[in-house]
Design a protein around this ligand. Structure first.
Ligand code: ADP
Ligand code: GLC
Length: 502
């Protein structure tokens, strides 16, 4: 099975959140499961630097519309997965993240930058691909790849079937309708049964409409996005496509996130030897300038600081948390107002609260290991990775029961303690008061050493590896590839002259 996996982010070189991590660990898992998978991503500067020997395998002189020309480079990662990198310095080599400039604003040409990613994904999946390697399935991730299924639709001819993965429906790639021409899409595409979304052009809509299958990153989120509350305007479309929509829970990188071997931890530990976890707490307090108070539990947060993540709820109950008493170690970045509110809160409680703004991989691991309780009060969470890390690190999470959080965290109560599934604390109503009550509930459990050990055990022994998900993806790909063979028998190849083999 040959899979072309198109993505705008690829950890560790370019990562804004979970998508970057998944774009590395899912293809690796598919490769390990015996599939021939190739990642397609923009050649951002860190990728060019990491793969200086990448060789040119094709050139796209006129990819379509007013999209810049690009070269396609091929490289091989250490784990054997092949990378195809779209080398177009005019689009991809600049300061900032994958989507934002240094000041946190969207790049003004994001429609072209990700139009090119989508276009090349489509060209490689179509019958006129300049490569000898023809994928059986094109797997598109989030809105930046959303136009690929639309391009394929209008190219005609035999092509690999497409899967559209939703990692976060709140990001939709919406642009003015007059961008269509520059993107090389025909006017006919701008229709309600096309890329049009409330009079604008939406990359996400294109993917959801034209892809043969839609996957999202947890079963619960697959249900939720069919409701108005979570559907961000797409609930109707997703209900209409529900037969083609599947939720597959993400796995985690079990090697990078293992408290027994984690490179960032001052002391390693595992369930049978939890003493090392205390040493991590002491080291974390020291690093962050928190009081070494032994009787005060430490709450941890690692997150984008946004409305989605519900950290405004946490800011609202800051004073109450200080009085519980509890300490707080927070790492994140995002919304400037909320960053300021959280920083001010920490300023009022030196030694008790620590807020670190910015991105710090090592500190993220140390907070997972050194905290007693991990907080994720997300308003919505397609999957969420941090709650799985915290379960594995013996740091029971307090979460809102939504999306992947609901699929992984089992609220602690008499029944779940009795059947051995309890591993954290979950609440439903997204309010600061309910969050506070749930934190109180978690703290009273924390004071009961035997109960807490049970919770830690139930979380730490869970298997969040990719094997199950890889099998679910294989089944979906296989179903689509069968369809492709049937289609190929009926439709002649249509030439598309945009690409030439080098
Ligand atoms: P999302 O993708 O919505 O941000 P996820 O839970 O899927 O949420 O993934 C977020 C990933 O990014 C996690 O691995 C988390 O540890 C990491 N992360 C988020 N913020 C930071 C930060 N400030 N520093 C280091 N890692 C971070
Ligand atoms: C998105 C979601 C997050 C998910 C990640 C990887 O960023 O917000 O919940 O874990 O994608 O699928």
């Amino acid at each position: 099975m040959k899979i072309l996996f198109a993505t705008p982010e690829l950890a560790p070189w370019m990562k804004s959140g979970g998508l970057g991590e998944i774009s590395w660990s899912l293809p690796a898992a598919l490769h390990e499961a015996g599939m021939d998978v190739c990642i397609l991503a923009p050649a951002y500067a860190p990728l060019l630097a990491a793969f200086p020997d990448a060789r040119q395998v094709a050139e796209f002189a006129h990819p379509g519309g007013s999209l810049l020309s690009a070269r396609l480079l091929e490289a091989k990662a250490d784990n054997g997965v092949r990378l195809l990198l779209i080398d177009c310095p005019g689009y991809y080599v600049r300061a900032g993240s994958a989507y934002l400039d240094g000041a946190g604003n969207d790049f003004s040409d994001n429609h072209l930058r990700f139009g090119l990613l989508s276009r090349i994904a489509a060209l490689l999946a179509g019958s006129a691909s300049p490569l000898r390697w023809h994928p059986d399935v094109l797997h598109c991730n989030d809105w930046p790849c959303g136009l690929a299924p639309a391009y394929l639709h209008f190219m005609g001819g035999a092509a690999a079937p497409t899967v559209m993965s939703i990692h976060n429906l709140a990001f939709q790639g919406i642009f003015q309708a007059d961008r269509l021409e520059a993107l090389g899409l025909p006017p006919a595409a701008f229709a309600i049964d096309g890329v049009e979304f409330w009079d604008k052009l939406s990359f996400m809509k294109a993917g959801l409409h034209y892809a043969q299958r839609i996957i999202t990153v947890s079963p619960r989120y697959a249900e939720e996005i069919q409701t108005e509350e979570f559907g961000y305007g797409f609930a109707g479309l997703l209900r209409w496509r529900r037969e083609d929509l599947t939720g597959i829970l993400n796995g985690i990188d079990m090697r990078a996130w293992d408290p027994a071997t984690d490179l960032y931890l001052p002391r390693h530990y595992e369930f049978a030897h939890l003493k090392g976890k205390d040493a991590n707490k002491t080291a974390l307090r020291q690093r962050l300038g928190l009081e070494p108070a032994t009787s005060c539990p430490l709450l941890g947060v690692v997150s984008r600081i946004t409305h989605q993540k519900g950290l405004d709820l946490l800011a609202d109950i800051g004073e109450e948390i200080a009085l519980l008493p509890a300490q707080l170690a927070l790492l994140g970045s995002g919304d400037k107002h909320l960053e300021a509110a959280l920083t001010e809160l920490a300023g009022r409680h030196p030694g008790r609260f620590s807020v670190t703004l910015g991105y710090d991989e090592g500190l993220a691991h140390q907070i997972e290991a050194g905290s007693d309780i991990f907080l994720m009060p997300s308003r919505f969470e397609p999957c969420g990775l941090n709650q799985m890390y915290s379960l594995r690190y013996g740091t029971p999470p307090v979460v809102r029961a939504t999306g992947g959080l609901a699929d992984t965290v089992v609220d602690c109560n008499e029944e779940t303690l009795a059947d051995g599934t309890a591993n954290g604390f979950a609440f439903t109503e997204p309010s600061a008061q309910v969050l506070l009550e749930t934190i109180r509930r978690a703290l009273s459990a924390w004071h009961d050493k035997a109960l807490w050990r049970k919770l830690q055990r139930n979380g730490m022994l869970l298997d969040f590896g990719w094997a199950k998900a890889a099998e679910a993806y294989r089944m979906i790909y296989a179903g689509l590839a069968k369809r492709k063979k049937a289609d190929r028998a009926h439709s002649p190849a249509a030439p598309d002259k945009a690409g030439t083999a080098a």
